[in-house]
Write a protein that binds this ligand. Structure first.
Ligand SMILES: [Zn+2]
Length: 438
């Protein structure tokens, strides 16, 4: 979808492809006709009237021409005929895409309510019958639905909610959601209410998928999976807030990297200790300068099982946004590299000791990036390079550029305390995942 003066548009070529339509440009009357199945849609540049078969539909904004291609307001997709010969389209505002509606129909924004007894999450769904629970663990309770999700997830949850967070997860078809459920929840129940009617366009209405999380066990409710325990060996996580003291790091807008990294590290520590029976050590607790050696020493002295060096990116003059993880490169098979197998002794310059942990570092980075992406703070990138903050660190680790401060959306998100807390929760979720099966 392209925004023209704030209004969403879809290109005629994309529209034709989605509908399986053939395009005819009638230059005599300056009209574009799309033929699909038994139907015909006629678009006229600079007009907000579109002819659909024999009906004239008035759209809120006119059809425009950009780069030699006609662009139709996305509102058109709601006015297309609904029958077997034409795919049903929907505008997914969240992702900025027009997509074909799958057989599973649509899933809309959930409502969350909570009292002392139970927390209820209700998703309006056109085909609720296909909803399934794919993971029963409290830490990442997963639900998959056959419909395409066209809603938004709540920014905050009610105070007594047993659900701590809801994020949308990747799904090959339909949609998937991951819930973080409080330890006090004793069980859950899924209620699927079939659609009971249809709207003017024939779409089913009244269907719902309700997830209930209850504090007290009672007949008919299901158990969560046994708690996953951190793998033996994951006891200490070191968080290294980048920069500090005389070294401010990057600045963008009103943000200074050294302050953001410290605030974020404190939040990540809180989120981690809530989830895992582990110790979390910060390389600095205040605004001070540290050398690379001091940071490595702090991590090695604490006997870190994972080191996260927290940074923010700034790339002026580009469209770059989102997060990047830098982890030590794997050098498997390198004959003269640090993993040379010629002798019983493995000699590695101390500064490159982090290379030993390349494989586990990469797994941790993938888990953390996956969680950041699911929390909507992507795009995410994984790069293999031994970066300065990991020199001398004898543990799996990564440098995480948690967001790109030159991207307005990223900066607004991390400058908002709630946004920073959500980012911290995502990072902790990723670390917890890795710690359960590193
Ligand atoms: Zn930095």
């Amino acid at each position: 979808v392209l925004l023209v003066e704030g209004a969403p548009y879809v290109g005629a070529n994309d529209l034709a492809r989605l509908l399986g339509a053939t395009k005819f440009w009638r230059s005599d009357v300056r009209r574009l006709v799309l033929r699909a199945g038994a139907h015909r849609v006629t678009l006229t540049p600079d007009h907000s009237f579109v002819v659909v078969d024999d009906r004239t539909v008035r759209l809120p904004v006119p059809v425009v021409s950009r780069g030699g291609e006609l662009q139709s307001p996305v509102a058109l997709v709601d006015s297309l005929p609904r029958d077997e010969t034409l795919p049903r389209l929907v505008f997914e505002a969240r992702r900025g895409l027009v997509v074909r509606v799958p057989r599973g129909g649509l899933v809309r924004s959930p409502e969350v309510s909570a009292d002392d007894r139970l927390t209820r999450v209700v998703f309006p769904a056109e085909v609720p019958e296909g909803a399934t629970v794919v993971s029963r663990a409290r830490a990442h309770f997963g639900v998959r639905m056959p419909g395409a999700f066209v809603g938004t997830l709540p920014e905050s949850l009610p105070p007594r909610s047993l659900v701590r967070s809801i994020v949308s997860a990747r799904a090959a078809t339909g949609s998937a959601f991951e819930f973080e459920v409080d330890d006090r929840a004793a069980g859950f129940r899924v209620v699927r209410v079939p659609a009971s009617g249809a709207d003017a366009s024939g779409a089913p209405t009244g269907g719902e998928v309700t997830l209930e999380f209850l504090r007290v066990r009672r007949p008919g409710i299901e158990d969560f999976a046994a708690e996953a325990h951190p793998a033996q060996g994951v006891r200490v996580i070191v968080l290294d807030p980048g920069h500090g003291g005389s070294d401010p790091g990057v600045r963008a807008g009103g943000s200074i990297e050294k302050d953001l990294t410290l605030s974020l590290a404190r939040l990540v520590r809180g989120e981690l200790v809530r989830r895992l029976p582990i110790q979390v050590v910060l390389t600095r607790e205040d605004d001070r300068s540290l050398t690379t050696e001091q940071r490595a020493e702090a991590a090695n002295h604490a006997r870190a099982d994972l080191v996260l060096s927290l940074h923010f990116d700034a790339v002026p003059g580009t469209q770059r946004s989102g997060a990047t993880a830098w982890c030590p490169p794997a050098r498997v098979g390198a004959r003269d590299g640090p993993f040379s197998t010629r002798g019983p002794l493995e000699l590695l310059p101390w500064r490159e000791v982090a290379l030993r942990h390349a494989v586990r570092s990469r797994a941790a980075a993938e888990a953390v990036l996956g969680a950041i992406d699911s929390a909507g703070a992507g795009p995410v990138r994984l790069r293999e390079r031994l970066t300065c903050p990991l020199l001398g660190v004898n543990a799996p680790g990564m440098l995480l550029d948690c967001a790109t401060l030159t991207a307005t959306g990223d900066r607004v998100r991390v400058e908002d305390p709630r946004g920073l807390r959500r980012l911290a929760a995502a990072i902790a979720r990723g670390v917890a995942r890795w710690a359960e099966r590193p």
